[in-house]
Design a protein around this ligand. Sequence first.
Ligand code: MRU
Length: 369
Amino acid sequence: MNVDGVPYRSIWVNDDGISIDVIDQTRLPHEFRILNLRTLEDARDAISNMVVRGAPLIGATAAYGFYLAMLRDAANAAIDSAYESLYAARPTAVNLRWALDRTRASLAGLEPDERAACALETARDIAELDVDINQQIGRHGLQLINNIAAHKAPGEVINILTHCNAGWLATVDWGTATAPIYMAFNSGIPIHVWVDETRPRNQGASLTAWELGHHGVPHSLIADNTGGHLMQHGQVDLCLVGSDRTTRSGDVCNKIGTYLKALAAKDNALPFYVCLPSSTIDWTIHDGLNQVPIEQRDGSEVSQITGRLPDGRIESVSIVPPGTRVANYAFDVTPARLVTGLITERGIVAASESALTRAFPEQATGPAV
Ligand code: MRU
């Protein structure tokens, strides 16, 4: 998508043809800085420090990281250690495992001197596939928005609430939850987006608001606790969120706070849709509440807040009494019963095992319960 009129993706091969460039998301919205990744460790650290984040982009970065590892050492042992090192970078987004499995499989049967080129090719394919899938998600979600528009007065604004950043910065391009939003906006449908700030790391305030602003999509930033009130007062028509891992039964793990939005949407009979590529579905598990590992991050993300001072310096300040104990769960699970539907590349699917395996029959044979 565009940054000040210039089209960008969130990850690409540098002009040197060897190293990888990413947008440093820890600097946004204050500074647009591109970071160059040259080694496996660079890629792993970029994922774990959230320079790059969002399930699909974590997957794509891991694939490029695998390639960077193979550039330096493509022996059999290096394949295993690259896999393990990248896999440990963040625990929740299942796209990481999906991308690593795919890259490792692509290397099977190759000689060491063929492996780096093959891993690069696979990483490029994964990135291109992500862009293509997000466009398909966008088109399916757009139909939903068109249906809502059809029940409104001509020109009446459609209000969409989103949580965290499931935008183009969280993917290679377009985003998942934002793909229908960008397509609706591009086709002239009057939309307005309520952007949850998404404490503790504020991905909504820092990233979603930045993205939408740079594309010109009308939006308002809200404190995380505001959505329920807006829903009660008819100011939300549709909730669109992303996912880090969705089980084969349709339980959705996403950024902490998603569950509370789904509860409020249910209480107000509002549609709550989750937009996700099928690489986000963990076909090996049924029970989101008990089988998805929930990442716990450093307490400083909760006890401190970072912002820009009037003189331009970026500082973090403490917002708690010294010594306060903090718990920092990064994700929660929204049970399938609260999800109106899953917007995938194969269409809008009910959040249930039967509907998911009808849409993805190649996954019909699941693990034993
Ligand atoms: O901790 P993050 O910023 O990686 O969490 C991101 C989210 O929860 C997104 O909603 C999710 O990855 C979907 S991204 C298309």
